[in-house]
Design a protein around this ligand. Structure first.
Ligand code: GLU
Length: 298
């Protein structure tokens, strides 16, 4: 009896240890907040024929080069110790790549910040860009967009103790930090906020934590990730004041590629991958999956 119980206890310990080891891989990690265990995998299509110069170039080199963010938890985040990228944008990139015939191993992710996206696409440094990239008419003059695959809204991130920044009407005269080249920095200037600009939002968050700026502004989806990583110190105001439809950026006149990426988005939205990917990434920062936005094909 005692032996049997000892064996049972020993087995339970082994099971617990194994679960803990798995949990390390699959549970939200400290930085990127991704849940690898629940992430879908995407079947890679073969024999894809699309009349796109960018794709032909990618095929020839066996690498699809995708620009992304690397400091945005739950969206586009790179664990620099392992080089692993996680987040909703990264999943969107992987599902699109799979339908274009590229496995995750054949994606060459390049970190490109907000200010450098159009140049990177125009110069052909990257084939696609997936990184909280708002589709708008100004940008459409120089790049092409598939999507939207998500719609965010500009909001404000402040210290938890802050009570005087309550929304867009209270930013006048306040020192608000944002990223150069973003729609966020432009809008906050229009609203009369004094801006401090950096290349990336994580640098703004550092300055907010030390009290050197009064707030950080950008899309709520981005800010929620930072707040979730600093729950005792930071909060999102929660009064969004714009619509930021996220698109996959590419060369301006590559209609064949634009159509193919829209088809890929549609297929993965319809088969449930989009929702699964959302729940395992951006959903971890607290908001339930919204309705999938209507694609704006052009
Ligand atoms: N979505 C906004 C933009 O595309 C802000 C986020 C970002 O800078 O990526 O400008």
């Amino acid at each position: 009896m005692r032996t049997r119980r000892t064996i049972a206890v020993a087995l339970a310990v082994i099971a617990l240890t194994a679960t803990a080891a798995c949990g390390k891989e699959g549970s939200p990690n400290a930085e990127g907040g991704d849940s690898a265990a629940k992430l879908p995998t995407y079947a890679v299509k073969s024999d894809v024929k699309i009349a796109s110069k960018a794709l032909e170039d990618a095929k020839k080199n066996g690498k699809l080069i995708i620009g992304a963010k690397s400091d945005q938890p739950f969206l586009g985040f790179e664990d620099t110790s392992t080089g692993t990228r996680t987040g909703f944008d990264i999943e969107i990139a992987k599902m699109v790549a799979a339908d274009l015939g590229f496995s995750p191993e054949q994606i060459d992710f390049k970190t490109i910040n907000s200010a450098n996206r159009e140049t990177a696409l125009k110069d052909g440094q990257i084939h696609l860009y997936v990184g909280t990239y708002t589709i708008n008419d100004e940008r459409k003059k120089s790049v092409g967009f598939a999507g939207p695959y998500y719609v965010a809204g500009q909001d404000l991130l402040v210290q938890k103790t802050n009570s005087d920044i309550t929304g867009k009407d209270s930013v006048k005269g306040k020192n608000i930090c944002s990223a150069t080249g973003s729609t966020s920095v432009k809008r906050i200037k229009d609203l009369g906020g004094t801006t401090t600009e950096y290349d990336a939002y994580s640098l703004c968050v550092d300055k907010l934590l030390t009290g050197e700026v009064d707030g950080v502004t950008t899309d709520d989806a981005i800010l929620k990730g930072f707040a979730a990583k600093n729950p005792n110190k930071l909060k999102v105001v929660g009064q969004p004041f714009s619509k930021e439809p996220y698109g996959v950026g590419m060369s301006k006149d590559d209609k064949a590629l634009r159509d193919a990426v829209n088809d890929a988005l549609k297929a993965h939205e319809d088969n449930g991958d989009w929702k699964k990917a959302y729940d395992a990434t951006l959903g971890l920062s607290g908001a339930a999956a919204p309705e999938v936005p209507q694609l704006e094909r052009y």
